[in-house]
Design a protein around this ligand. Structure first.
Ligand SMILES: [Zn+2]
Length: 63
């Protein structure tokens, strides 16, 4: 996942890592990012629950 942002509370659900970070406005945001090679899935969410749900439901094209 993007290593140049400072994520806290990083957890891993399958291939997907979920982390909490502050964006450039200082607001908390929650990112789900797939770690599988060649899978570019990465998305930001307003809540941790939404990010974790996205991680659980991610259908990774890379198997
Ligand atoms: Zn994936």
């Amino acid at each position: 996942m993007t290593a140049n942002r400072r994520f806290r509370n990083v957890t891993r659900i399958g291939h997907v890592q979920v982390g909490t970070a502050y964006d450039h406005r200082g607001r908390e945001k929650h990112t789900a990012a797939c770690t599988a090679p060649r899978c570019n899935f990465s998305a930001d969410y307003d809540s941790r629950a939404a990010a974790e749900l996205a991680a659980r439901t991610h259908r990774c094209p890379v198997r």
